[in-house]
Design a protein around this ligand. Structure first.
Ligand code: AMP
Ligand code: ZN
Length: 485
């Protein structure tokens, strides 16, 4: 069974064939580090972590590069506003990014290059473009000449004539074509600058990714990714520069994740409709975010809403409650027999379904549906309080290992289940302005009433708790409560 991936360039699903198997090279455009990132920015981080994990599961050795853009107008503007050096702003927000990224518990990337460390390769790539007559110099600025790039527009489907016809603002008359873009910009007062054959200055945005990816991964890379907003001009221009300099194909498969929307529009700092990763991960939980991102296919939009968060909480609670039940069974003294063929078949068939789903352009909703089938089958095997048999123990062991193994691909379901369910409860109690101690008191009153055979009072207390959004479970091992999810 082979892996097929939707290639933005051909608009088709294609069989994945890396250039030098078992090695796979992967480059994903990372953040511009001038502020905290919003949760839209983290959609790609979560998704491409799965792509990498799945490729590794298929036996590939993946080198995954995710860069920091630490030279940019927005960084310079903020530094000037705050009377700081642009380097300090970049360092500050790289550190903040790392905190958020670490809280997601994804696999670290192989390399996190910074533009400022790649000035040598940037300058030499620009020199190659000039030598290949794909770029020209005007007043200390180097521009890429798009009319000299064969098939410019092949990724985005844009045509040079149509682009030019659509121009509404005055164009820079010095340019050969109004869409020629900067590879190197001359220094302006108060801006960071580096020496170059064309005078002191700084690189344009697109050339950074060309230089970093070609230096770390070679002239042709297997997978290049990012959000769909990067298709044009950023990725189109990366192709122009990279192929213009090396005369080789730059990328085999282009992958783009759709947006996370908020209030019917792309979540974006310039529109002001953002929730920072930091805010989300502390108000809710990183696991909830990962689950939300995984529940929708990466090429479909996600509309963020509080309702959707509640949906994710209910989903996660179902998976983690089954894991909590399996832990209780595993902790019992009973010896496990070998796994019965019926449950073995359930696990195998769901495992195959997951493989088919992931091999079909990373169909994560299908993966979650298959995992849920297994959860349902496991829940049907045993009800809390029943006698734990050797067969049940074997099922619990197999279920929990299987769920954790498959969840790891998406960085989900790795938490200690009881503790995580407690975290969800605390989060919901806070939202409902309820105190754990108040709930405990009501539940204890009810236990007391039951002891005294005062069933009317016990039922009244159950109703009162239920109205507050709390469900109470009486089991042979005792009474416990949870927030309804
Ligand atoms: P930026 O720092 O704006 O260059 O964005 C960093 C990454 O986040 C890029 O891959 C963008 O495509 C991606 N991105 C930005 N906004 C969103 C959004 N609302 N939804 C999904 N991805 C986004
Ligand atoms: Zn890039």
């Amino acid at each position: 069974m082979s892996l097929v991936i939707f290639n933005t360039q051909t608009k088709k699903k294609e069989e994945f064939r890396p250039l030098n198997p078992p090695k796979v090279s992967m480059y994903v455009c990372g953040p511009t580090v001038y502020d905290f990132l919003h949760i839209g920015n983290f959609r790609g981080a979560v998704f491409f972590n799965l792509v990498r994990n799945w490729l590794e599961k298929l036996g590939y050795q993946v080198t995954f590069v995710y860069n920091y853009t630490d030279v940019d107008d927005k960084i310079i503007d903020r530094a000037n506003r705050e009377g700081k050096k642009s380097e300090d702003i970049a360092n500050q927000f790289i550190e903040e990014f790392k905190k958020d990224f670490n809280s997601l518990e994804l696999k670290p990337h192989s390399h996190n290059p910074r533009v400022t460390e790649f000035m040598g390769p940037i300058v030499s790539t620009i020199e190659k473009l000039i030598a290949n007559k794909k770029a020209y110099v005007i007043d200390g600025e180097v521009l890429c000449s798009i009319e000299d790039i064969p098939r410019y527009g092949k990724l985005s489907g844009k045509k040079i004539d149509e682009l030019v016809a659509g121009i509404r603002v005055e164009v820079d008359k010095r340019k050969k074509n109004p869409f020629d873009f900067s590879l190197w910009k001359p220094a302006k007062p108060g801006e960071p600058k580096w020496p170059s054959p064309w005078g002191d200055g700084r690189p344009g945005w697109h050339i950074e990714c060309t230089a970093m990816s070609q230096t770390l991964l070679g002239e042709t890379i297997d997978i290049h990714g990012g959000g769909i907003d990067l298709i044009f001009p950023h990725h189109e221009n990366e192709i122009a520069q990279s192929e213009g300099a090396s005369n080789r194909p730059f990328v085999t498969i282009w992958m783009h994740n759709e947006f996370l929307n908020f209030g019917d529009e792309k979540m974006s700092k310039s529109l002001g409709n953002i929730i920072t990763g930091r805010n989300f991960f502390t108000t809710y939980h990183p696991e909830i975010f990962k689950y939300m991102m995984t529940s929708t296919h990466y090429r479909s939009k996600i509309d963020f809403s509080v309702n959707q968060v509640s949906h994710a909480v209910s989903g996660l609670a179902r998976f983690y409650s089954a894991l909590a039940l399996s832990s209780e069974i595993i902790e019992s003294e009973v010896k496990a027999e070998t796994l019965d063929p019926e449950f073995k078949k359930v696990l195998e068939s769901a495992g195959q379904g997951i493989e088919v789903g992931l091999n079909d352009d990373f169909n994560t909703p299908e993966v979650l549906a298959r995992i849920f089938e297994v959860v349902r089958a496991f829940n049907q095997s045993y009800t809390r309080g029943q006698k734990i048999t050797e067969k049940v123990k074997a099922r619990a062991l197999a279920f929990s290992a299987w769920l954790r193994d498959h969840g790891a691909l998406m960085a989900l379901f790795q938490k200690e289940p009881k503790a995580f369910l407690g975290v969800l409860d605390d989060m919901l109690l806070k939202q409902m302005s309820l105190l754990r101690s108040d709930i405990d008191s009501l539940v204890n009153l009810r236990i007391e009433a039951r002891k005294n055979k005062n069933f009317a009072e016990s039922d009244r207390l159950r109703d009162e708790l239920s109205q507050k959004g709390i469900s109470v479970h009486d089991t042979p091992t005792g009474t416990f409560w949870e927030v309804k999810k």
